[in-house]
Write a protein that binds this ligand. Sequence first.
Ligand SMILES: [Zn+2]
Ligand SMILES: [Zn+2]
Length: 654
Amino acid sequence: MSDSQAAPQVAGPFPLSTLRHSVSHLMASAVAKLFPGVQFGFGPAIEHGFYYDFDVAQPFSDEDLKAIEKEMRRIAKTAPKLVCVEVDREVAKQRLAAKGQSYKVEAIDLIPVGEKITFYQHADWEDLCEGPHIDHFGRDFHFKLLNVAGAYWRGDEKRPQMKRVYGTAFWSFEELEKHLRWLEEVKERDHRVVGKQLRLFHIDEMVGQGLVLWTPHGSIIRGELQAFISEELRRQGYHQVYTPHIGKLDLYKTSGHFPYYKESQFPAIVEADALAKLSDEGCSCAELTSRLDGVSAHFASTLNARTGREVVGKDKVLPDEKLVDGYLLKPMNCPHHIRIYASSPHSYRDLPVRLAEFGTVYRWEQSGESGGVTRVRGFPQDDAHLFVREDQVAQELLGCLSLVKLVFGTLGMHDYRVRVSLRDPDGAKYVGSPENWDKAEEACRAAARTLGVPWEEVPGEAAFYGPKIDFIVRDVIGRSWQLGTVQVDYNGPIRFDLTYTGADNHKHRPVMIHRAPFGSMERFVGVLIEHFGGRFPFWLSPVQVALIPIREDHAPYCVELEALLKAEGFRVDAMLEPSHMNNKIKEAQKQRVPFMLVAGEREAAERTVTVRRRDTREQETVPFEQFLALARRLRDGRGLDLGPAPASATKPQG
Ligand SMILES: [Zn+2]
Ligand SMILES: [Zn+2]
C-alpha cells in the first residue's frame, strides 16, 4: 500500500527500465506463441518491473505463467536481436488490422501525426513500439513473472477488461533473488493480510466500500495512539473539542469547500419536508443541484468584499425563493472549529487558541481499494486548528513539529523526511501579503530544520492560501509513505471574518494553522501495521500477555494472575481451553502477543512465571512481581522493544 516502494536499483549495460521493457516484449512473444488469437495491449516498464496487457479468452493460471516463462527462456536462448523497422502509418495499421490486433490499431492513432511509426522485431515476433530496448536477448539477465490482475484497456472501465501480467527483471540473479525476498516481506507485512490475521478491522460490503469498521483489537491500537497524541496535545496547551459529522451548506459555501470540491464529496442532504415541497413544484434533479449550489446576492457580495476577489461568481447567485438549504457530511473539520473560535471574542492575550479533535471527515473516493484502509470514504484525522497572531506562527510551527518528532521517535520511525511547499515566486494567485508569506515560509523552514532530518523546499507547491509542511516516512523495509501535513492559512480567517482585539484595541486578523501530521487514523494505523509487521510494541498490542497453563490443573493459578494483570489495566488472554500447551504457544505467536507466561506446579508454588517473548525460544522463570514491574515500565514508557530479559540473578533457586 505504500506510496513509493524503494527496491534496490542497479545499473547494467542498459538502464534497468530498458531491460525490463525489453523483457515485456519477450513475454509478449511467448504469449503469442502459446495463446494463438490473443490480442495485445501495452507493455511498459514500471517502478519495480514491467507488465503487459493481454485480451485472452481464459484468465492465465499459475501453470500458464510457468509455461510462458519457459517459452521466454527458450526464445531468449536463441539470442535474437531486437531490430527496429520504420513503417508508414497506414501500412502499419493495415499490418496490425490483418493480424486482428485492434488495440494496436487504436494505439497507432494515439501517436501524434508526423511522428515515426516503428516496430521492434525479435525472432518471428514484432511489436509496435518506440523503444528503447536492449540490443539482443543473448545478454545475461534474470526475470520472473509475478502475478496477473485485471486492467481495463486504457484505464477506462467502459472498455474491455484485459489481463495484466506483471513481472520483473534484473541483470544479476542475486538482485532478482533479493527483490523476490523483498516482495515476500512486503506481502507478509501487507496491512490487509495482517489486519485479517490479527482481526484489527473489517470492511463490510453491507456497510460500504471504503468505510472501515474498527474491530475490538484494531480499536485498541487506535485508542492507544489517540491517547498518546492527546496526552501530548494537552501538554502543549491544546483544547479538545467535539463537533458533529454534518454542517449546513452555508458553512461550506463560506469556507469554499462547497460547491467547488463537490466531486470529492458525498452529495448534499436535503430535509425531507423541503424535498417533498420541491418535488410537488416539479423541481428536477438538475435544477435541485444548481439551487443547492446557489447563494443569495447578499452572501456573494459579502464574501467577495471580504476576500477582495470574486470567490463567488454571478452564475451562483439566485433569488432568495430559489435557494434550497441543505447539509453536508463534513469534508473537513476546519469550518466547525472556526465557528468555535468565532463564538466568543478574543484578545491578543488569549492567542494562540488551539482546538484539537480526532474529527471524522468524509470524502467521495471513486473506487475504494478493496479490503484496505488507505483509500477510505470516512476517516478521523488527528486534526487541530490553531488561531494565532502573526508573530506566533513560527513558535507554533515549532510546537507542531516537536509533536511529530516525538510520535515518530516513539514509534521507531527514524527514517523520515520533510517537504516544505512554498509559493511560486512569480505567481500572483496568493492570498495574504508577500511580507507575511516571507515570514511564514521562513518559519516553515526553521521548523523543518529543528527536526534534524533531511528536508527539501518545493517552490510553487504551496496552496494559494499558505505554505505547508508534509511528512514522508520510510518504513523498516525501505518503502515511503506520505502521512499528514501542517499548513499555514491566511484565507480561512478572512472568509469567516475572524478577529481578535490587539494591544492597540483595534481588530486584527488571526492566522490559522491546520495540522494533521499523521493524516487519517486509518492510514496511519495501516502504515504502522506494515511498519511493525503486526509486531506492535507492548503498549500498542491488542493482547499484551497470554497466560498458558502447562496442564489443565494449573488453570487456577493462571486465573489468579489474569485478575492481577487486568486489575492493572493490562490486556490479557488466559488460554485455558483444553488443548496442548504447545498449540497455545503457537497460537499466541501467530497473534504476535508480546509475552507468554507459562505456569505449572512449580510456578504456582513459588509465585513465579516462565516468561517467553514473542520472537524468541528462550524462556526464563522470574517472580511474577518482577514481570509485572517490566510490564508497567514498557507500558508507561511506551517502550519500543520488549525490554531486557529479566535478570538471571533473581532467578528463583531450586
Ligand atoms: Zn518496446
Ligand atoms: Zn483544517
